[in-house]
Design a protein around this ligand. Structure first.
Ligand SMILES: [Zn+2]
Length: 186
């Protein structure tokens, strides 16, 4: 059979160098249904998570054609690790604090928009390294709407790795950074 394939919509995006970039959250998907239950898909995680796409909006990779986007940024929302331990939510904490997104406390209902979680020191009556609500000091439960993340600016630590089964470099994001956080070493 004679095949005529049109490549005009096939874009092989070049990886950008490892660095910290300003970006805008452009797409947010979750694996949850309307009730907040994980939609089971063969071979996919049973843990709740969001998958984000960010578009670089500052520096030489902003305003490029096509736009420079970093996709497949997975942010866990809960569940358990492969060893059955509660899933640590560091990346979500990074994201909430990087975007200062609209949020409220699941314990006291205080408006936590733009606020940072309180970190226990171990010397203040709170467990070292644990996150607490800055208002009621209960262990932090942030409630937010994933749609509210759309369009928000953030800082992302972009890394470069080989795409699976390929020699091609691709970008990954493992960390969001606060505006006031020191650079790189993510
Ligand atoms: Zn609270």
């Amino acid at each position: 059979m004679r095949i005529k394939a049109d490549f005009s919509d096939t874009v092989e995006q070049q990886a950008i160098p490892k660095d910290v970039y300003h970006a805008i959250i452009q797409k947010v998907e979750t694996n949850l249904d309307d009730q907040g239950n994980v939609i089971f898909r063969e071979g996919k995680t049973k843990n709740p998570m969001m998958t984000l796409t960010c578009q670089i909006d500052e520096g030489e990779y902003a305003n490029t054609s096509p736009p420079t986007k970093i996709g497949n940024i997975n942010v866990m929302l809960g569940g358990t690790t492969q060893k059955g331990a509660p899933m640590p939510l560091f990346m979500l904490a990074n994201l909430v604090e990087s975007t200062r997104c609209k949020a409220s406390c699941g314990s006291c209902s205080a408006d936590l928009t733009g606020k940072l979680m309180y970190r226990g020191t171990g010397k203040d009556g709170y467990e070292a390294g644990h996150y607490y609500c800055p208002e009621c000091k209960a262990k932090a439960i942030f409630e937010f709407d994933s749609d509210d993340l759309l369009g928000l600016p953030c800082r992302i630590a972009v890394d470069v790795e080989k795409a699976q089964g390929s020699d091609r470099d691709r970008n990954t994001v493992k960390k969001f950074l606060r505006e006031d956080a020191a650079d790189a070493s993510a």
